[in-house]
Design a protein around this ligand. Structure first.
Ligand code: CA
Length: 238
């Protein structure tokens, strides 16, 4: 059974989320402030944390950083208040896997939750139907998808769950043109009728390039295909 930790100081929203997700059969725990959230992540190691941004004691940012550092395979879905555009972006930059803005629709939230947890199940299964190797090496980067471990020049590199998924997806389609829509469907779980702005993808690729490229202005691993998307085509590694 999938474990979800709900971190939200507003009681009405918290209780609403608990009801909604318990009906779906998930195992739910709650935290009402940032410190409690970190403690419960440590103890319960949930598959997914639904994390409010503005929290007492420690902010959603702090909690997010903590999770990304200590439990890199945990999925993080950020809740942000409306009009916090900057926070949205920062939410992804500090390693959240996705976000929804308040007030969110139940339908939208459930779609995101299910998409993430489907990925947990896929990651846990021994031979994913999508293929692709368990390890990926190019230039000075080495990635072990089973262990969620990434190194660059022998040093550990912090990648979010989403970044691991993107690289796994790219590695299975090495040398092919991958559209933004491909990524939104495969990684974010959107349906073709329900596509968000493709900026979500671009922001994530910018972040990923900062981690794996030597010169982000002239990327050689994840190349841009103008007007279409991206191509993962790194020069042969050592
Ligand atoms: Ca709050």
């Amino acid at each position: 059974m999938h474990k979800i930790l709900i971190v939200e100081d507003e009681e009405a929203i918290r209780l609403g989320l608990v009801d909604l997700l318990e009906i779906e059969g998930y195992q739910i725990d709650v935290a009402v402030d940032g410190e409690e959230a970190m403690e419960k992540v440590r103890q319960g190691q949930p598959h997914l944390v639904i994390l409010d941004l503005m929290l007492p004691k420690a902010s959603g940012y702090d909690v997010c950083r903590f999770i990304r550092k200590s439990f890199p395979h945990t999925f993080i879905l950020m809740l942000t208040a409306k009009n916090e555009e900057i926070n949205k972006i920062q939410g992804l930059e500090i390693g959240a896997d996705d976000y929804v803005t308040k007030p969110f629709s139940v339908f939208e939230l459930m779609a995101r939750v299910k998409s993430m947890l489907r990925r947990v199940t896929q990651d846990a299964s021994p031979a994913p139907a999508t293929g692709g190797a368990d390890v990926l090496g190019f230039a000075d980067v080495h990635i072990d998808f089973r262990k969620y471990e990434a190194t660059r020049a022998g040093k550990l590199m912090e990648l979010s769950a989403k970044e691991f998924q993107i690289l796994k997806y790219f590695s299975a389609r090495r040398g092919e043109v991958v559209t933004r829509e491909d990524l939104l469907q495969a990684i974010w779980g959107y349906s073709p009728e329900n596509m968000p702005t493709t900026r979500t993808v671009d922001n994530q690729i910018v972040k990923l390039r900062q981690k794996i490229e030597v010169d982000t202005e002239n990327p050689v691993h994840i190349k841009s295909v103008r007007g279409v998307g991206y191509k993962f085509d790194p020069p042969e590694g050592k």
